[in-house]
Design a protein around this ligand. Structure first.
Ligand code: CUA
Length: 310
């Protein structure tokens, strides 16, 4: 079961952060045990007893003062050094050109691969074992890209680029989440990262580059016509459909190949595609796709067409 457990690092980048957390946790726990233990011991051993005189007063004891200054100083130096080393390992300087550009939108993620010119949404494929330099952008408000098993978290800022690296030790599915409140559907900005063997990744990339397949029958042909003539094309692109090249909403060229709809709100099945097109607001209230009040027949045609776009 894919998860987003930050305590289960699956890349050298995430492991650096995890190791830092564990190591500083051990230091903090030791300090707690020693200080709290000393206090408890002093309370029990040296409590005031009836008839007892005041204890001997000691002040300005040099040995004690030097000891309790030097020990914390050394602890802070140690924490500083391991933090610096973790920062270097978890967050190396970006590559001159990014391998991947991720853009936060209300309420979904756009993923562009500049080298191959693949563009997709919410589901990010990466080759396992290879570090990728990621440029992070935002189309509207602050979001935060976070796939805990694979890398650090980083805010996406409108008009400003940030950089991280992402890597997965081995093939698998890794879940991430927008972690900066960005509006009503902040909770449904899932990220699915699918790490594959390099050959399989190439295959995926080549499939994504193909233009959309032609409608196999009359119903889907009418669906494509509706897509072009209704408002769909004002926001969505489908590669190979004339006039459908606006990308303010997810690119739909290969929408049926993705595992989820609505940025993770439900599995991508033909039935759910139908429900989504019927009224997105009933499923994801506040999503920027309005209810277009399409007839049942139109919904059938559109959703059947989109379900063929593998
Ligand atoms: Cu995007 Cu929270």
């Amino acid at each position: 079961m894919p998860s987003s457990n930050a305590l289960d690092p699956q890349s050298p980048l995430a492991r650096a952060i995890y190791d830092l957390g564990i190591m500083s946790g051990i230091v903090f726990a030791l300090i707690f045990v020693i200080v709290a233990g000393g206090i408890v011991y002093a309370i029990l051993r040296f409590r005031a007893r009836p008839g007892e005189a005041d204890p001997r007063q000691i002040a300005e004891n040099k040995t004690v003062e030097i000891t309790w200054t030097v020990i914390p100083f050394l602890i802070v130096i140690f924490l500083f050094v391991i933090t610096l080393s973790a920062m270097n390992r978890a967050d190396p300087p970006p590559a001159p050109t990014p391998d991947l550009i991720v853009t936060g939108h209300q309420f979904w993620w756009q993923a562009d691969y500049p080298a191959s010119r693949v563009t997709t949404a919410n589901e990010i494929h990466i080759p396992a074992g290879k570090p990728l330099s990621v440029r992070l952008e935002s189309q509207d408000v602050l979001h935060e890209f976070w796939v805990p098993k694979l890398t650090r978290k980083m805010t996406t800022v409108p008009g400003h680029t940030n950089y991280i690296w992402i890597q997965a030790d081995k093939p698998g599915t890794y879940i991430g989440q927008c972690s900066e409140f960005c509006g009503t559907q902040h909770a449904w900005m899932r990220i699915v990262v699918i790490a594959e063997e390099p050959a399989q990744f190439e295959e995926w990339q080549n499939a994504q580059l193909k233009v959309a397949r032609n409608p196999p029958n009359d119903v889907t042909a009418r669906g494509r016509e509706l897509f072009r003539t209704e408002t769909c094309v004002n926001c969505h692109a489908i590669n190979g459909v004339p006039g459908a090249n606006v990308r303010v909403a997810p690119d739909l060229t290969h929408v049926a190949s993705r595992r989820q709809l609505g940025s993770g709100i439900m599995p991508n099945t033909p039935e759910n595609m139908r429900r989504w097109i019927t009224n997105p607001q009933a499923i994801k209230p506040g999503a920027l796709m309005p209810d277009f009040n399409l007839t049942n027949e139109e919904v059938d045609q559109l959703s059947e067409y989109l379900s063929t776009l593998r």
